[in-house]
Design a protein around this ligand. Structure first.
Ligand code: ATP
Length: 257
């Protein structure tokens, strides 16, 4: 379980990114965070792996307050909490397989992995994870030869290879066209269900949020203004979260399946 207790984050310039957040996220939930640009979605998600550090409160991950963690504990935390980025963050000149094997870095000795000496079982595991996101045949292709949607599927395979308990995804489909966005979100939802992973995704399109979330958390100006299961969410909910009527730009569209 992930628990936020009175969490606030004030950036060094004085900007209040998060204001007194209280949340409990249960194991295996697929949660989507929504809110306008600047609402605090990235700040919230990045607090959970301490890419940013809240200035007040506690964040308990499996009952341990990660805000107090030192470098050693943070390394372990970041093995257990995997991350998917909008920009994929692959090493472009390396093969897809090497990128996916990077997910093992927290498990394999650094020298061995720098030399590319991954155990055969890790290589097989990486290939199996590429297969789960239907991109197995690209294993030996350089990462920069792939389309954006393919690269994001590689980054899903990488995070699975890390064997995390939690996946954080910060606007994972914001750089993709509508049909590709849906394919990537379907893959992410399916694998996280199959492995019972807690998954927390930032999305700014409300139709995507409605289609994939089990639960929606709405942020405005750094505060939680809505938190509830997807069957309680209507267009009015989004209007309340956004503080204005819904516009066409708030919808992605394009799910043909
Ligand atoms: N390092 C920083 N220093 C100062 N202010 C910051 C910093 N990072 C974010 N902010 C500010 O904190 C607020 C929340 O930012 P955050 O990136 O969490 O929002 P967001 O909802 O993810 O927005 P977006 O969808 O545009 O990424 C914004 O007003 C932003 O400008």
């Amino acid at each position: 379980m992930i628990e936020f207790k009175n969490v606030s984050l004030k950036y060094p310039n004085g900007h209040q990114g998060l204001k007194n957040i209280n949340l409990k996220i249960n194991d295996g939930e697929f949660v989507v965070i929504v809110g306008m640009s600047g609402a605090g979605k990235s700040s919230l998600i990045r607090s959970i792996n301490r890419m940013v550090t809240p200035t007040e409160g506690k964040i308990l991950v499996d009952d341990q307050d990660i805000i107090t963690f030192n470098e050693k504990k943070l390394r372990k935390l970041r093995t257990e909490v995997g991350m998917i980025f909008q920009s994929y963050n692959l090493v472009k000149r390396m093969s897809v397989l090497r990128n996916v094997l990077a997910g093992r870095l927290g498990h394999t000795g650094t020298i061995r992995s720098m030399l590319g000496l991954f155990p055969q079982k890790d290589i097989q595991f990486a290939l199996d994870n590429l297969d789960r996101v239907s991109i197995h045949e690209k294993a030996y292709t350089r990462a920069d030869q792939l389309s954006g949607g393919q690269q994001q599927r590689v980054s899903i395979a990488r995070v699975l290879t890390q064997q995390p308990k939690v996946i954080l995804a910060d606007e994972p489909v914001a750089s993709l066209d509508p049909p590709t966005s849906h394919k990537v979100m379907k893959d992410l939802k399916r694998v996280s269900r199959e492995d019972n992973l807690t998954t927390i995704v930032n999305l700014h399109f409300i139709d995507m949020a409605q289609e994939y979330a089990d639960r929606i958390i709405g942020l405005r100006d750094g505060e939680v203004v809505f938190d509830g299961p997807i069957d309680q969410v209507t267009e009015k909910t989004f209007e309340e979260i956004y503080g204005r009527p819904i516009k066409e730009d708030d919808l992605l569209g394009g799910d043909d399946d």
